[in-house]
Design a protein around this ligand. Sequence first.
Ligand SMILES: Cc1cc2nc3c(=O)[nH]c(=O)nc-3n(C[C@H](O)[C@H](O)[C@H](O)COP(=O)(O)O)c2cc1C
Length: 134
Amino acid sequence: MVALTDEMKETIAKNRVVPMATASKDGIPNVVPMASIRVVGDDTIWIMNNYMVKTLRNLEENPIVALYFYDPESRHCFQVKGTAEIKTSGPDYEMFRDRVRAKSDRFPTRSLVVMKITDVFECMPGKGAGKKVL
Ligand SMILES: Cc1cc2nc3c(=O)[nH]c(=O)nc-3n(C[C@H](O)[C@H](O)[C@H](O)COP(=O)(O)O)c2cc1C
């Protein structure tokens, strides 16, 4: 099982906007900025679907997600891959919906993307670039 380190969780928390990559079943890539992101436990990331269009369509036909996180201060960069499940109800959805709406009630909070992390890769340049770390 993949377990994010405390250092990785700190880097994730510092990233205010994260690139979220998905692909259609035919392999057409799509990347968008996401701000409503939260780490839950050691192997899960929640992302709020406020305005997803192609992203949501892609997840419905091909539930694979990739994100990367970069902290220029500590010079940490890692890429996270995983599988997504979409929730439109239930305690997890409601908890994150309330948290996102507390920031602004204009967010539509349509659904919760639950990303189970399957792999983590190094993305700083150099000798370790591209290596699987978890
Ligand atoms: C700074 C920034 C943060 C964003 N955060 C989110 C977010 O947390 N959730 C969301 O659904 N859309 C967010 N968006 C909108 C998406 O990036 C994007 O516009 C939307 O998913 C539609 O693109 P798509 O058709 O490729 O999915 C954000 C956009 C910007 C510019």
